[in-house]
Design a protein around this ligand. Structure first.
Ligand SMILES: NC(=O)c1ccc[n+]([C@@H]2O[C@H](COP(=O)([O-])OP(=O)(O)OC[C@H]3O[C@@H](n4cnc5c(N)ncnc54)[C@H](O)[C@@H]3O)[C@@H](O)[C@H]2O)c1
Length: 254
């Protein structure tokens, strides 16, 4: 059985994925700010370094798969925290563990979002993320209180994955992403509970062909498929797992 590392396994989608991989008999190394094998704060460079070191210590033979799930969102966290955790907390950990995944010709799945297309690669925040300039990105995030930080980070993550597909494949690594719509987790609960945001969430659900939010197990199942041998020719894809919202609202943008 394999060895898999993920971040964000203490809650929501990450917790479902950790449980599923363990059920399948795999060894799972969870990195999180709480309740984890490796406790690390992915919002800081030191925390990311600790995350990488902690996984390396526990998987010296290599990784069959790596899934940076940890993220923050909803209406609570400031744009700077969203930017540092969701983008750099994922990309820096992936880069830091790349050789371990390569050693086992493993797979990586990134956590994007079906809201990413609301942002564009020309957005200054997306551009600074893709340039790897965290200080500039944080400055832009601080200056622009436009509520678009989450979408921008996820857009940048999808672009980063696609730009790096060839280089990673040359190292024997298949890299893909999932783009969920609203999923019932502790991250989205405050959005459904807040009367103002609940209207927006209801709009999203009303425009979702399957007419409901997703469940964390449904996202975990798709990630597990992308990690496994049945997905052996899937590389560089962004898989929308959103009950059909993207197809319905952006029908011709394939
Ligand atoms: N829930 C949704 O509707 C939805 C939709 C699209 C994408 N996503 C993405 O899926 C991922 C998981 O979301 P979720 O809904 O399961 O959220 P969640 O809040 O249930 O879980 C997030 C996890 O990340 C961890 N985390 C947060 N900040 C951290 C930090 N600084 N360092 C280390 N760990 C940290 C938390 O402790 C938690 O275990 C996120 O990347 C999110 O952006 C979620």
């Amino acid at each position: 059985m394999g060895t898999y590392a993920l971040t964000g396994g203490a809650s929501g989608i990450g917790a479902s994925l950790a449980a599923l991989l363990r059920e399948q008999g795999h060894k799972v190394i969870n990195v999180d700010i709480r309740e984890a094998d490796v406790i690390a704060d992915l919002s800081t460079p030191a925390g990311r370094q600790a995350a990488v070191a902690g996984v390396r210590e526990r998987a010296p033979q290599g990784l069959d798969g790596l899934v940076p799930v940890a993220g923050v969102g909803g209406s609570g966290p400031p744009g700077t925290l969203i930017t540092s955790v969701n983008y750099f907390g994922a990309v820096v950990v992936v880069e830091g563990l790349r050789d371990l995944v390569s050693r086992k010709r493993g797979a990586i799945v990134l956590l994007c979002s079906n809201s990413a297309p609301m942002s564009s690669p020309e957005d200054p925040l997306v551009a600074s993320l893709l340039a790897g300039d965290e200080q500039q990105a944080l400055q832009i995030a601080r200056d622009n209180d436009n509520g678009m930080h989450y979408m921008a980070g996820k857009r940048a993550l999808a672009c980063w994955m696609r730009r790096n597909t060839m280089a990673y494949a040359q190292d024997g690594i298949r890299m893909n992403a999932v783009a969920p719509g609203p999923v019932d987790t502790p991250m989205t609960k405050p959005l459904f509970d807040d009367p103002k945001m609940a209207e927006v969430m209801q709009y999203l659900i009303d425009n979702t062909p399957l007419g409901r939010a997703g469940k964390p197990e449904e996202i975990a199942a798709a990630i597990s498929f992308l990690l496994g041998p049945d997905a052996s020719y899937i590389c560089g894809s962004v898989l929308y797992i959103d009950g059909g919202y993207d197809a319905h609202t952006r029908s011709d943008l394939v």
